[in-house]
Write a protein that binds this ligand. Structure first.
Ligand code: SF4
Length: 79
């Protein structure tokens, strides 16, 4: 399980999450930031730090936000 960054990050990219992540598993993509689910330790620091509420625990993602989990997996498979 991991935390996932969703649509509110697009065009916002505040990067507060990347600053607070203790394991440095958040990377900048073209249109948003992404969390590497293989490295995330589920600490929740990024969720609390995000100024636009873009970050959710994987289990709490609504159906329409599942695509952001797939988008993150795709991002890290290419990086
Ligand atoms: Fe990093 Fe913690 Fe957020 Fe996972 S939950 S991405 S470890 S800050």
């Amino acid at each position: 399980m991991a935390f996932v960054i969703t649509e509110a990050c697009i065009s916002e990219k505040a990067a507060d999450c990347a600053d607070v992540c203790p394991v440095d598993c958040i990377q900048e993509g073209d249109d948003q930031y992404f969390i590497d689910g293989d490295l995330c330790i589920d600490c929740g620091a990024c969720e609390a730090a995000c100024p636009v509420g873009a970050i959710y625990y994987e289990d709490d993602l609504t159906e329409d936000r599942q695509i952001y989990l797939d988008k993150a997996k795709q991002f890290f498979s290419h990086n």
